[in-house]
Design a protein around this ligand. Structure first.
Ligand code: SF4
Length: 345
């Protein structure tokens, strides 16, 4: 029996209060999402140029689907994830969840939707309050939703069982758990309110490789059993390949390629995607020796001073004159969307 099925009736009523039947369509629809941070102040007090961390991100996500969001550090993927669950307020653009525009809802207006939108963080220990027991950590979202303390505690124990923790450890503190176990606590907390979408921000990158596989397997099982949708943010393309149905590649705040996983991994169309994939180790040593690595020049430019035209052009082995002046928009190429004037090989 699933935890959802065992939810106490009283709490289920409290959770359902004020929500209307869901319309059909994508579970999540993101349009032209941008985030601009104010520039840093220098020692002289002058403020630097604003930083466009996310620059016009758009995608849809179906119920039960996983979208992998990949790119180098600083590409805007984590900022995007935090905007999706409204931990950050977008500068512009829209986020439609289950047919309702939640972009500008107040915290009070967001409350009926909040339970369906949860987040799992990268560093499990730093995302858990060290002074709270596991019971309190997992119960907290339920208490906010109006559950009684006893029902919330019972549900917390069920969730510990669901994620592979021992329910009898419910009164322990985070430091008494390993990194992998702590991430299971974080996942249990995210599941407490029966969400439909979880944004997982580098959920395994702080863990040992063997533990990573266990957490990925757990998230896969939970997705199947609970019909979850994930936005799975990672820089490790091997991990993303395992969990995703579709993949979006971000560079300097923009999606440069987005499409079905198999097509994207087998025939990447954007030079940046090709470079990222060429660095993923292959399981076959002979294939690994034969494979040609694409080494990108330099580091990504600062989002405070992005290059004109295609922002990838200073590092792109295929760059031509038009790339230095004209920004390529996402358009269909080889059954996915690519932002490149010269997609393909
Ligand atoms: Fe490279 Fe030009 Fe395509 Fe940008 S538009 S990725 S610079 S080929």
């Amino acid at each position: 029996m699933t935890v959802e099925a065992r939810r106490p009736d009283t709490a289920a009523r409290a959770e359902g209060a004020g929500t209307a039947p869901a319309p059909s369509g994508p579970l999540l629809s993101v349009r032209d999402l941008t985030m601009t941070f104010p520039g840093r102040r220098s020692a002289s007090g002058r403020r630097g140029a604003p930083v466009r961390a996310v620059d016009g991100v758009s995608f849809d996500l179906a119920a039960g689907e996983t979208l992998g969001l990949v790119g180098e550090s600083g590409c805007g993927k984590s900022t995007t994830g935090r905007m999706l669950v409204r931990l950050l307020e977008p500068t512009s653009g829209s986020i439609t969840f289950d047919g309702r525009d939640i972009t500008r809802l107040s915290q009070r207006g967001l409350r009926p939707h909040r339970r369906h939108l949860q987040m799992v963080f990268q560093d499990p220990h730093s995302s858990l309050n060290p002074r709270q027991t596991v019971a309190r950590i997992i119960s907290d979202p339920l208490l906010v939703q109006g559950w009684s303390a006893s029902d919330a505690r019972r549900r917390a124990a069920e969730l510990m069982d669901l994620v592979g923790l021992i329910p009898e450890h419910i009164d322990r503190y985070p430091h008494e758990f390993s990194g992998g176990q702590a991430q299971r606590i974080g996942i249990a907390r995210s599941l407490a309110t029966s969400p439909r979408l979880i944004v997982a921000d580098e959920p395994v990158s702080a863990l040992d490789v063997s533990v990573q596989a266990q957490i990925v397997n757990l998230m896969e099982r939970l997705r199947r059993e609970l019909d979850l949708a994930y936005v799975f943010i990672a820089h490790d393309l091997s991990v993303v390949k395992r969990v995703s149905d579709r993949v979006a590649v971000m560079y300097l705040g923009r999606i440069v390629e987005i499409g079905e996983k198999r097509a994207l991994y087998e025939s990447p169309q954007h030079p940046y995607t090709r470079a990222l994939l060429s660095a993923v180790p292959l399981p076959d040593p002979a294939a690994e020796r034969r494979r040609e690595r694409i080494v990108l020049l330099g580091d990504p430019p600062s989002p405070a001073a992005p290059p004109p035209g295609c922002t990838f052009h200073p590092r792109c082995p295929k760059a031509q004159d038009v790339c230095r002046t004209d920004r390529p928009l996402l358009r269909i190429a080889a059954s996915r969307e690519v932002a490149c004037h010269f997609p393909g090989d």
